[in-house]
Write a protein that binds this ligand. Structure first.
Ligand code: SAJ
Length: 419
């Protein structure tokens, strides 16, 4: 079968590579022409373990080619849509990328084609998109073409392993659609494959991330409590988790990335009723950078430094450890939240361009350091030496990176009520 993958981002590119290396002829369609050029020269535009080797293999074998020309994806057997479905300012889903991808496919496809949506979408979207294709082409969904929602469930940083070994949910608009998709995905998936209806797979995907978001919100609420009672929330969580049926998540400076901050909103958006728990969890998690801000200002008060005089160095810009992805990063929210109140905000991240190119430069003459991302490299820093570069020594840990507060620092951390 000839495959076209629409959208070559964090999910589309790895998926295109997997199908190409499984032996399919894959055309990757992407509107950003600089990305297309890069990929065709064998270089990935995203950071992910093993991606460069696997991409080079796919390009050199001639099985994968990227293009910005819609004519190159005409009359393929399979279309796999991997475009983003972000939120608008008002927290409603922006489906314009998806709709435009679907229209591109409708123009290019022939009868009998299988169309797969891997993007995370609000419930009922796949059925609606099938209807839209039907209107645009005059073809009948389920009879003249097949359509499936096959949500991606991979974790950045482990994408190639999880693409192979995770189980996969394939939601068809008809049973036959799901069967066709199963045959396709079996070419590289070693995990279980479950077939269901498209609305079920849409809900399943959104429930998974909502489950994680709500659980993190609970952990974050426990962190607030720990400050009230003067205890270390991490010690309490570890002890609670020794119970056989308790598994509390990890509190921190916030919940970022492209999925968790968005998916709970997508889940409830088409529903008629209001869903308080899911919305409240989002609010708690969105508010965490402000707890970190409070801790910073408390610490500055301890050393009698007015915020407007303070030089603050933020370590980490990525939304999570050892990633270069800054989408919805709590670090950015934190920076914005303190920007107008302090003299200077500096940023340093080993994987992302910040205001300063090295940790030492960022810390020289600074009054406070705030750790906003749990990069492995931050866990073994020599604070005694780094402290000597600083004008004042305030250390705020938003991510449980510092286990024992270093000597000579005023230390505060999210959930660290004991200091
Ligand atoms: N975080 C916490 N506490 C925790 C776990 C995470 O504060 O206990 C924070 C992280 O620091 C980060 C954010 O949450 O800022 C999200 O990170 P993550 O590692 O939970 O998830 P993502 O966004 O990298 O990937 C998630 C995964 N979903 C689940 O684990 C249910 C992944 O499997 C999905 O494929 C992905 O979303 C997606 O694309 O939907």
């Amino acid at each position: 079968a000839e495959i076209a993958v629409i959208g070559l981002g964090y999910i589309g590119l790895p998926t295109a590579i997997m199908f190409a290396n499984a032996g399919f002829n894959v055309t990757g369609y992407e509107i950003k022409t600089d990305v297309v050029e890069r990929i065709n020269s064998g270089k990935a535009h995203i950071v992910e373990p093993d991606i460069d080797d696997l991409l080079r293999k796919a390009i050199e074998s001639g099985k994968l080619r990227a293009t910005s020309n819609p004519a190159d994806i005409r009359e393929k057997d399979v279309y796999i849509i991997c475009v983003q479905t972000p939120l608008r300012e008002d927290r409603t889903p922006n489906l314009t990328y998806l709709e435009s991808a679907v229209k591109t496919v409708a123009k290019a496809m022939k009868p009998g084609a299988l169309i797969v949506i891997e993007s995370t979408v609000p419930p009922l979207t796949t059925v609606r998109m099938a209807e839209l294709i039907g209107e645009l082409t005059g073809l009948k969904p389920g009879r003249d073409f097949h359509m499936v929602h096959a949500p991606e469930r991979v974790m950045p940083g482990r994408i190639f392993r999880e693409l192979v070994y995770n189980s996969r949910i394939l939601g068809g608009i008809t049973p036959e659609s799901a069967e066709l998709a199963e045959r396709l995905y079996r070419s590289f998936v070693k995990g279980q494959i479950f077939r269901t209806k498209s609305t079920v797979s849409e809900v399943v995907k959104l429930m998974e991330n909502t489950f994680r978001d709500v659980n993190i919100a609970l952990a974050n609420e426990f962190a607030y409590l720990a400050h009230q009672y003067g205890i270390n929330v991490f010690e309490a969580i570890e002890l609670a988790n020794s119970h056989p049926r308790v598994k509390i998540h990890v509190p921190g400076i916030g919940v970022g990335g492209h999925c968790l901050p968005k998916d709970p909103h997508l889940l409830v958006w088409p529903a008629k009723d209001d869903f308080g728990l899911i919305r409240l969890a989002r609010e708690i998690n969105d508010g965490m950078p402000l707890l970190a801000k409070d801790l910073l200002f408390e610490a500055l008060r301890t050393i009698n430094l007015l915020p407007e005089k303070a030089v603050v160095a933020v370590l980490g810009l990525a939304y999570k450890g050892d990633s270069d992805d800054t989408r919805n990063s709590p670090a950015s929210t934190f920076v914005e939240a303190i920007m107008d109140d302090v003299a200077e905000v500096r940023t340093y991240d080993p994987f992302v361009e910040g205001t300063h190119g090295s940790l030492e430069e960022a810390l020289r003459g600074a009054d406070a350091v705030v750790i906003a991302t749990d990069h492995t490299a931050f866990k073994s820093l020599d604070w005694e030496t780094l402290g000597k570069l600083m004008r004042n020594r305030v250390l705020i840990d938003g991510r449980r990176v510092v286990e024992v507060p270093p000597e000579g620092f005023v230390f505060k951390g999210v959930g660290r009520g004991e200091y």
